[in-house]
Structure formats: structure tokens, C-alpha cells
Design a protein around this ligand. Structure first.
Ligand SMILES: Cc1cc2nc3c(=O)[nH]c(=O)nc-3n(C[C@H](O)[C@H](O)[C@H](O)COP(=O)(O)OP(=O)(O)OC[C@H]3O[C@@H](n4cnc5c(N)ncnc54)[C@H](O)[C@@H]3O)c2cc1C
Length: 388
């Protein structure tokens, strides 16, 4: 019997898990509720911990620099992939490519999962169809529907009191319409810039090798002329005129505008139950202050790939549970610390409990984030220390 893997959610976590898990005698299906044909543009940064995995472990260097048109940000010295849409497309292409090991991943769009039996290893689609897997990966994002099948009580993502508008402006439009701005900040220079005004903050940087300029505008909910409770998804559309009322001095040449209410989760009590494991934002949604959300999803995917590496055919639920536990051991404390630090760096934040304060300095934490070498190495080191 082949090893059947069902991944719920075709975001960055879902597609990287699919890439990591590909191999001989494996049938991998990604079930995505949307049609995957609309994505609000925004820049997304992959930090060295994630770009190292994508490039060295999965061999995606040329795809990331080619299709995703990544650039190296010289200002923050952070490797930037340009555009969530570009990165996402690149990952989808790699997951479904006939040129990688194992069968191409099957992607089923317009396939919303509404139920899961964690013991049987089945998920039920809105249409009533039941899909069976030996392993079910819940990669369905911050508002995960899979989470309730793992936890006894379902936590909700906590609002921080801040939202972020995300927009992209073609650099040539900016140069034509806002020459004064461009004389101070060249939108094609590979630097991240931050502009702080009262409680609002703009974080800006180039994308698509300088073709577009991406802006994240952080604003307290009470200063935003939007109803913060109306939009709770990562991917909501913002209203340009309302945003301009908040940032009245900023040029208005955006192609598309997204509104991103900043929410995170407390660390979950568990990540897995039966044959189901949560990864990415479904398991540990975090604030974007460290730019680690996507990178942590990629680390999760690498861990899945490493710990399931030697499984060649349909595994028993006991061996699945054992592997899940190893993944939790390798990942949980690291991710929870990054979640806590990301929350702490956002002020005012939802964290009120000083006992959970992370005491590392920002540069130490940056090292902690970026120096990670993956769960495979972690596992090898554990084996060496157990043998010694
Ligand atoms: C526009 C944007 C910009 C961002 N910028 C940054 C950044 O610069 N740096 C950073 O670190 N993080 C950023 N983030 C957050 C980061 O993208 C996430 O942390 C990361 O992508 C986690 O991905 P995920 O796959 O876990 O979740 P998601 O990207 O939310 O994907 C979940 C997928 O599951 C699907 N789904 C949900 N429910 C179901 C269901 N019941 N059945 C089937 N499918 C379902 C959804 O349609 C979606 O495609 C950004 C997010 C967005 C939206």
C-alpha cells in the first residue's frame, strides 16, 4: 500500500509540506478551499533559516531567484522573496512538478474540508466526499478548521489592537507620480525602510527585482477608519480611501490593497491527534514583527519531511503518533519562543504576563531565528547524544 498523505490548505505551509513529503510510493493530495486564483499582493520575507531549507534541502534556489524573483535585502541583510503570490506560485509549481522525486502532488481547488475523523484518517469535503489518508496535515491557516479536531477547547486568534494595510505600487508609477518621495527613498534600492509617525509605522521595500515597491502600514485599530471586527482574515481587501484618510500624506498609486488584522495565538496544548497534525499558522500563528510566520511554516514542512523520510508504505497509527511526538519535540519549544518574542516586540501587545518575557537581546534573537539548520540535523544531534 502506498503512503497516502492528505494536506488540508494550499498556502505556504501546505505546499512546502507537499514538497518535503514527496517520495516514491507516496500519494499526496492538497485540498484547498479557494480556487487559488486570487491573492492579494504583498511582500513576504523569507529569513535565512527558511531560505536555507528551501534552497539547500529542496533545491529551489534557481526557482526562487527566477520565478519568484527574489532579491537580497541589503538594508536588513534579510533574504527577501518577492511577493507572496510569486513565492506561492513557485512552491505550487515545485510541488506539482514531474521533475522531482515521487509522483507530482495532486492539487484539488474549491475543496473545502468541513470534517475530520482523526482516528480513521478521513476528511470530508463540503460536497460530502470523503478523502482518506494515512497522514492528515492541517495546514489551513490562522482560522484553521482542523484545529478543533486536535484540541479539546478551541482557542481563537487574539487581536493585538493593530492592523496592517499591505499594498504594492509599481516603481515606475511611484517615480512618475511621487518624485520627491523617490528622491529620498529609491524604490529600486534593495533596502528595507521604516518610517515611524506617532502610532503608525510604514515598513517598505522593493520587490520583483525593483519592479514594485511593497508597503506595510501598521496602524492602531482605533485610528483606522475601518471596522476592525469586520475583517478577520489574513487576506481581506482594504479600502484605499479609508487608508489614505489615515496616511493622508502618502501617494495613492497602489495596484491592490489588503487589510491584515494582526492576530496571533497562544501556544497550543497539542499539535496532533490520531493521524492529524497541525502545521504553519494553524498550529502557531504569530505576529509579523520578526517576519517569521512563513519561515516557521517552512521549518515545520522540513521537519515533516525529515521525520517521515523512512516511511515507505502505509504506516500504522502507532508509528504516525510516534513520529508526531518527535516532530513536537524538535519544533514546539523553538516555535513557541519565536511566537512569544514576536508578540513581545509588538507594543501594545496582547502579552500581559511578565513571567513569559523573553530575555534575549534583539541581535541574539535574530541569531536564534536565523542560525537554525533544520529538524534533520536536530534529529542527528539527538541520536549522537543518546548514543554517547
Ligand atoms: C498578504 C500576506 C502577507 C504576509 N506577509 C508576511 C511576511 O512578510 N512575513 C511573514 O513571516 N509572514 C507574513 N504573512 C504571514 C505568513 O504568510 C503566514 O504566517 C504563512 O504564510 C503561514 O502560511 P499557512 O500556509 O500556514 O497559512 P495560510 O497562508 O493562511 O494558508 C492556509 C490555506 O488553507 C486554506 N484553507 C483554510 N481553511 C480550509 C479548509 N477548511 N479547507 C481547505 N482549505 C482551507 C486557505 O484558503 C489557505 O489557502 C503574510 C500573510 C499574508 C496573507
Amino acid at each position: 500500500m502506498p503512503f497516502r498523505i492528505v494536506i488540508v490548505g494550499g498556502g505556504i505551509a501546505g505546499f512546502t509540506a507537499a514538497i518535503a513529503l514527496r517520495g516514491p510510493d507516496r500519494i499526496i493530495t492538497v485540498l484547498e478551499q479557494s480556487r487559488l486564483n486570487k491573492e492579494i499582493g504583498a511582500l513576504i520575507s523569507l529569513q535565512p533559516n527558511a531560505s536555507r531549507i528551501a534552497e539547500s534541502v529542496w533545491g529551489l534556489k534557481s526557482e526562487l531567484h527566477g520565478d519568484a524573483r527574489a532579491i537580497v535585502d541589503e538594508g536588513f541583510r534579510i533574504y527577501n522573496t518577492d511577493g507572496r503570490r510569486d513565492l506561492h506560485d513557485t512552491l505550487k509549481k515545485a510541488a506539482t512538478s514531474p521533475d522531482r522525486e515521487g509522483d507530482p502532488v495532486v492539487v484539488r481547488t474549491a475543496s473545502k474540508v468541513v470534517d475530520c475523523d482523526t482516528l480513521k484518517g478521513t476528511v470530508t469535503l463540503e460536497s460530502g466526499e470523503v478523502v482518506t489518508g494515512d497522514l492528515i496535515v492541517g495546514a489551513d491557516g490562522i482560522h484553521s478548521a482542523m484545529r478543533k479536531y486536535v484540541l479539546d477547547t478551541e482557542p481563537s486568534a487574539l487581536p493585538t489592537g493593530h492592523s496592517a494595510y499591505r499594498l504594492m505600487i509599481p516603481s515606475e508609477v511611484l517615480e512618475k507620480e511621487a518624485p520627491e518621495f523617490c528622491s529620498k527613498i529609491n524604490p529600486r534600492d534593495p533596502f528595507t525602510s521604516m518610517m515611524v509617525a506617532q502610532n503608525c509605522r510604514l515598513v517598505m521595500g522593493p520587490g520583483r527585482q525593483g519592479e514594485v515597491y511593497g508597503i506595510v502600514a501598521l496602524v492602531p485599530d482605533e485610528q483606522m477608519n475601518e471596522d476592525p471586527n469586520a475583517k478577520q482574515s489574513w487576506v481581506a481587501e482594504g479600502d484605499l480611501s479609508k487608508m489614505l484618510a489615515t496616511f493622508s500624506e502618502y501617494p495613492s498609486h497602489s495596484q491592490d490593497l489588503g487589510l491584515w488584522q494582526l492576530r496571533d495565538l497562544d501556544p497550543l496544548d497539542k499539535w496532533h491527534n490520531g493521524r492529524l497534525i497541525l502545521i504553519g499558522d494553524a498550529a502557531h500563528a504569530m505576529l509579523p514583527t520578526q517576519g517569521q510566520g512563513a519561515s516557521q511554516a517552512i521549518e515545520d514542512a522540513e521537519a515533516l519531511g525529515s521525520f517521515f523520510e523512512n516511511i515507505t508504505n502505509s504506516p500504522s497509527s502507532e508509528s504516525i503518533s510516534k513520529i508526531f511526538e518527535e516532530i513536537v519535540q524538535a519544533r514546539y519549544s523553538r516555535v513557541s519562543l519565536i511566537q512569544a518574542y514576536s508578540r513581545q516586540a509588538a507594543k501594545p501587545a496582547t502579552a500581559t504576563d511578565d513571567t513569559k518575557k523573553v530575555t534575549m537581546k534583539p541581535d541574539e534573537f535574530m541569531d536564534y531565528n536565523c542560525m537554525y539548520r533544520g529538524a534533520k540535523l536536530w534529529k542527528q544531534q539527538q541520536e549522537v547524544s543518546t548514543a554517547a
